[in-house]
Write a protein that binds this ligand. Sequence first.
Ligand SMILES: Nc1ncnc2c1ncn2[C@@H]1O[C@H](COP(=O)(O)OP(=O)(O)O)[C@@H](O)[C@H]1O
Ligand SMILES: [Mg+2]
Length: 276
Amino acid sequence: MNKIEVENLTVRYKDGGRAFTALENVSFAVEEGQFVGVIGSSGCGKSTLLSVLGGLRPPSSGRAAVNGDPISGPGPGWSMVFQHYSLFPWMTVLDNVTYGIRQVKKGLARGEMVRLAESFLEKVGLDGFKRKFPEQLSGGMRQRAAIARSLAMDTEILLMDEPFGAVDAKNRTYLQELLLKLWEGAGPDELVVPLDYPVARGKRKTIIFVTHDIDEAILMSDRIIMLTGSPGKVYKDIHVPFARPRKRAVLIQTPEYTRLRNELFALFFNDFGSDI
Ligand SMILES: Nc1ncnc2c1ncn2[C@@H]1O[C@H](COP(=O)(O)OP(=O)(O)O)[C@@H](O)[C@H]1O
Ligand SMILES: [Mg+2]
């Protein structure tokens, strides 16, 4: 079943007196449980696409639907993680996560929300930092908190806009693997941080993951949608055939990985010249 359907989506911004077309006739469908990477150079409309999928911006024309229904505003069915500003600076880490849970599980008792928030902070290794404010944490820790919030909300769809873009290389690798393991529903023995994430295999969340890092896109995605600007259009839709669970260190040594990586770089340069 298609979880997300985008048909001839066009988004125009009013830029002063003039209209600027950020996305034009973008169409694709995403199956339930698919992990979709979206790549493209800066300004090609990736964030615009996510804002439409998150119900933050209506299409100028065309259609974007979740579960067959047109998206009409931010709903309880999805959560978002951004590169910056993901956490409210005036709330502690714990309150940030609890706030997220409250948005989607209004009926839950306060104590239950806190317990749930704490369990997810533990999963991402932030147990000792829950009373801190975002500014007291490193960039990597902040993104771990944002991921914890997003996963604690337990929505069917996760929209992630360059979530690891501001994180150093080592933490980025850690976070990529953590997110994959959580999404894959790995058992506690398979994780760096012991986790008991309750999502069963085969009941995975649908993830739209924006990145401009080709290696990250390959490691994470079932499929990569490459956008071209401007206006933003779908340039290529590429299947990523590697089995899961994936181990970065193993995957990057295979000839199949190198072949796909070279192909993606060639497409990227072909389309964007040297502007990555
Ligand atoms: N609120 C806005 N008003 C006018 N133009 C915008 C607005 N937001 C984004 N744009 C323009 O739309 C294009 C796509 O932006 P964006 O979706 O942020 O791209 P990306 O995330 O791929 O870098 C860019 O040229 C950007 O300058
Ligand atoms: Mg962006």
